[in-house]
Structure formats: structure tokens, C-alpha cells
Design a protein around this ligand. Structure first.
Ligand code: GAR
Length: 211
């Protein structure tokens, strides 16, 4: 069985995908950070004309912190447990991003619901990655949801963020077949291979339209 996805192609050509100036990104992550690292590597390899100005993470033990240190990217821990409301956390996030001159925000495995605070500061400039073909399987445990539903394919989506969870304009998707003996881990591993590709392509699409 092959891992190769059926990719729903971006509507822009390679020429149209060029980003004129180096765009300042702020990344938010809660866990392992493999998508964060995929973005950083694409930038280092010259595939994305951008710079990650700062990583915000919310779990003190998140592995993403080690990745950022190794890649020499500044980090700020904003532990959600220290904030009384979602709004207060998002105000702190916006403050950090503004201090670092961030122009676009990428949620790369950010497991908190965001508020209007972030969207007011970055209207149509927040990008998210989700491990399903949206609008199917929104919310948490998207991979488990796909297995329980006994669908034959699932995948991942990169989209602009609006206030409703896991909605907003879809930028790019990749489809991943579900195998008979898949577990949530084995399926998520194959989805992540595609995520690391489409997170970079999705950011390129968004930035080249509107940087
Ligand atoms: C990714 O699979 C991403 O799609 C998912 O969290 C994982 C983070 O992995 N995001 C969501 O479920 C958001 N609703 P990573 O930390 O290795 O990048």
C-alpha cells in the first residue's frame, strides 16, 4: 500500500506562489512540534520566504520547546493555567506577537480554543492545521473520530481560522487512506507525513495572496 496522497491541488501556480518580502511569522504550539519544525526547515531550505520571530507554547513540558531551542528560535511560555479566561490568554499572546513584530500567525498543533482577541489583531491572518478532511471530524481526537466512523479515507487540512472551531477558508488538503489494521497512532503517523508538506504549502498560498 502506498503512502502517496491524492492531493487537492492549490489553485495558484508556482509563479503565483512567490512571496515578495520576508514575512514575520508567530507560531503557536502545544505538543511535539513536528509541524513547527517542518515550517522552520522549509524556511531554512529557502522554500518559504518567511521568518519565525517567536514560538508561543502553553505546556511547560511540550517537546516543541526543545525543537525551537535547537533551531535557535525564540520561545515564550504562556501557560493557559495562569490565565482566568481564554480572552486573557489571547491578550497575552497578541502582546507577545506584537512585541516581536509578527505579521501572520500559524497554529501548529495549538490545542486551545482561540477568541476574537487574536482574530481582531490578525484578521484573516491566522492559519491552522487539523488532522482531518474538514468539515469532517472537527474538534479533538479527529484521527480517532475517523477510525470510529469507519470511513475509508481521511487526511489533513490547512485553513484560515475564524471563530468557529476548525472552520474558515480551506487553503489545501491532503487525503490519506485508512488501512484495515490502522490504529490511531499508525494513522496519525501517516497523516503527519502529509501535514509536514501541506503546512508549508498552505502558508505559501496564504502569504502569496496577501502578505
Ligand atoms: C497535528 O496532527 C495537528 O494537525 C493537530 O495536532 C497535531 C500536532 O502535531 N492539531 C489539532 O488537532 C488541532 N485541532 P505536532 O505537535 O507534531 O505538530
Amino acid at each position: 500500500m502506498t503512502n502517496s496522497p491524492y492531493l487537492i491541488s492549490p489553485s495558484l501556480t508556482q509563479e503565483q506562489l512567490s512571496i515578495e518580502k520576508t514575512v514575520k511569522l508567530g507560531v503557536m504550539a502545544s505538543g511535539s512540534g513536528s509541524n513547527f519544525e517542518a515550517i522552520a526547515l522549509a524556511i531554512n531550505e529557502g522554500k518559504l520566504n518567511a521568518k519565525i520571530e517567536v514560538l508561543i507554547y502553553n505546556n511547560p513540558d511540550a517537546k516543541v520547546k526543545e525543537r525551537a531551542d535547537r533551531l535557535n528560535i525564540p520561545t515564550v511560555l504562556l501557560n493557559h493555567r495562569d490565565y482566568k479566561t481564554r480572552k486573557a490568554l489571547d491578550q497575552a499572546i497578541v502582546e507577545v506577537f506584537q512585541v516581536h513584530g509578527v505579521e501572520w500567525v500559524v497554529m501548529a498543533g495549538w490545542m486551545r480554543i482561540i477568541t476574537q482577541e487574536l482574530l481582531n489583531a490578525y484578521p484573516q491572518k491566522v492559519i491552522n492545521i487539523h488532522p482531518s478532511i474538514l468539515p469532517s471530524f472537527k474538534g479533538i481526537n479527529a484521527v480517532e473520530q475517523a477510525l470510529s466512523a469507519r470511513v475509508k479515507v481521511t487526511g489533513c487540512t490547512v485553513h484560515l481560522v475564524d471563530l468557529e472551531v476548525d472552520s474558515g477558508e480551506i487553503l489545501i488538503q491532503a487525503v490519506v487512506p485508512i488501512l484495515a489494521d490502522d490504529t490511531a497512532d499508525s494513522l496519525h503517523d501517516r497523516i503527519q507525513i502529509q501535514e509536514h508538506r501541506i503546512i508549508v504549502e498552505g502558508i505559501s498560498i496564504a502569504l502569496s495572496r496577501n502578505s
